[in-house]
Design a binder for this molecule. Structure first.
Ligand code: NAD
Length: 499
């Protein structure tokens, strides 16, 4: 059985805690490896080493640090297929989707090549008589990231890139479900020229996370995962005086207006609802057609599209639409929520409960489900299912549809499908959600914008990647300078008395 350790001080090392977690092949249900779970003392030692390595890295000029990012871009592209294969084998997502996961992380590394520009401070000439004022953006020291299973390349890269380009050392605690790709990325960073110790990738569970939260050397924590854990990390990290940003769960609504192109909307819903088996924080999990006529027509278009979906292992080729979910526990939770939907009176118009894949009976595959007539009091509406289950809530007016999106406790992403610019504009302005799509189902901002939700989807006040990431991973120092008059008053040619 393969064992997966940590990346510490520039090399792969075995764990010493004696504790391990299983890493599954989600397509077969087999345990394919065991990942070491770090102890508090392993974390503390790695942090101390990182702090030492950071001193020189933080003093390296920003352009040289940016060149490491430039080389990293080349190396990720070189190893794209190798990374994607490993990612699919541990996560279960299809090969093209795994490449997309890496690509959206790579784009943030590309953005980080411009870090010197973002690290420039401000300057005021003659802020007072003979006084100049300027600000510096300095690295924090050691920062840490805790990331989820569903994007094992993208989200670690979103965190590592800006933190390192800004001159910090970075400790990543990836998901224990799919830990290999972050270790491969750390090795690539070393090949790109990053000094040893500046990036440590340490696998673990709650013990490792708590050790990061309680270690005084760690100045900042960036978390992405479920909302209860986000709240826990935010509270404990802040109580310990750290800078913390935590991104949590989602329940993204797509509003379909009567004037929308329904074929386009149905295609978008199927891709955004079932892609990656629904295991995306930007997945659309609620469709809100406005008016019964729109709802009936939409459901009619959705059913055949959903029934045609090809579910299978990533090895079955690029025409597989989605793969298994990540664990047996995730599968059981999804199916339990589907049952609750049926019990609470929603109409299950596409029933994936009996889905089974020949030859992969023990894999964690979940068939696609479509609910109609879902109401806001039902568990399938209130909770994040994180599986291939789309709920339809019928609204009778635009205002009612808007209110649904606004009243939900999550506020990560939302979309509207319409041909009317005025409606789209009103929606984008009024809805209390962080990322909005107008005729775009998954509005993930590009690397040079920022990514983040509102309400219970995010805690903290700066977003991920884009300029916000450089604000998060640096602190501002402002210098007020006045220089006494010097030699310019004239040279003295006589011996001066010491007075
Ligand atoms: P998770 O919360 O279970 O785990 C996330 C991280 O927290 C992992 O590294 C895990 O080891 C750690 N962790 C888990 N339990 C912990 C505990 N009790 N104490 C301390 N640390 C703990 O999330 P997940 O299942 O890996 O990922 C799926 C979730 O992430 C979904 O809710 C999804 O919406 C969310 N997500 C959000 C975004 C976003 O940007 N908002 C992006 C991707 C995923």
């Amino acid at each position: 059985m393969e064992t997966i350790g940590h990346w510490i001080n520039g090399k792969l090392v075995a764990g010493t805690s004696g504790r391990f977690a299983d890493v599954f092949n989600p397509a077969t249900g087999d345990v394919q490896a065991q990942v070491a779970l770090a102890s508090t003392s392993e974390i503390d030692t790695a942090i101390a080493d990182a702090a030492e390595a950071q001193v020189k890295w933080g003093a390296t000029n920003p352009q040289r640090r940016a060149r490491v990012m430039m080389e990293m871009v080349r190396l990720i592209n070189r190893d794209m297929d190798k990374l994607a294969e490993k990612l699919s084998s541990e996560h279960g997502k299809t090969f093209p989707d795994a490449k997309g996961d890496i690509q959206r992380g790579l784009e943030v590394i590309e953005f980080c090549i411009g870090a010197p520009h973002l690290l420039k401070g401000e300057f005021t000439d003659s802020a007072g008589p003979g006084i100049d004022m300027y600000s510096l953006r300095q690295p924090l020291g050691v920062a840490a990231g805790i990331t989820p299973f569903n994007f094992p390349a993208m989200i670690p890269l979103w965190k590592m890139g800006p933190a390192l380009a800004a001159g910090n050392a970075f400790i990543l605690k990836p998901s224990e479900r799919d830990p290999s790709v972050p270790l491969m990325l750390a090795a690539l960073f070393q090949e790109a020229g990053l000094p040893d110790g500046v990036l440590q990738v340490i696998n673990g569970d709650k013990e490792a996370v708590d050790a990061l939260l309680d270690n005084d050397t760690v100045q900042a924590i960036g978390f992405v995962g479920s909302t209860p854990i986000a709240q826990y990390i935010y509270a404990r990290g802040c109580a310990n005086g750290k800078r913390v940003q935590c991104f949590g769960g989602a329940k993204n609504h797509m509003i379909i207006m009567p004037d929308a192109d329904l074929d386009q909307a149905a295609d978008a819903l199927v891709g955004a609802g079932y892609g990656a088996a629904g295991e995306r924080c930007m997945a659309i999990s609620v469709a809100v057609p406005v008016g019964d006529a729109t709802a009936d027509a939409l459901i009619e278009k959705l059913i055949p599209r959903i029934e045609r979906l090809k579910v299978g292992p990533w090895t079955a080729g690029d025409d597989v639409d989605y793969g298994p979910v990540v664990t047996a526990a995730a599968k059981a939770n999804i199916l339990k929520l589907v049952e609750s939907g049926v019990e609470q009176g929603a109409k299950l118009v596409v029933d994936g409960r009996d889905f089974s894949l020949q030859g992969y009976e023990d894999g964690f595959f979940v068939g696609p489900h479509l609910f109609d007539h879902v109401t806001p009091d039902m568990d399938i509406y209130r909770k994040e299912i994180f599986g291939p289950v789309l709920s339809t809530v019928r609204a009778q007016s635009y205002e009612e549809a808007l209110k649904l999106a606004m009243d939900h406790e999550y506020g990560n992403g939302t979309a509207i499908y319409t041909r009317d610019g005025d409606t789209a504009r009103d929606f984008a302005n009024r809805v209390n959600v962080g990322m909005i799509g107008i005729n775009v189902p998954i509005p993930v901002p590009l690397a040079y914008h920022t990514f983040g939700g509102w309400k219970k989807s995010a805690f903290g006040d700066l977003n991920q990647h884009g300029p916000d990431a450089f604000r998060f991973y640096t602190r501002t120092k402002t210098v007020t300078a006045r220089w006494p008059s010097g030699l310019k008053e004239g040279a003295a040619f006589n011996f001066k008395a010491m007075d």
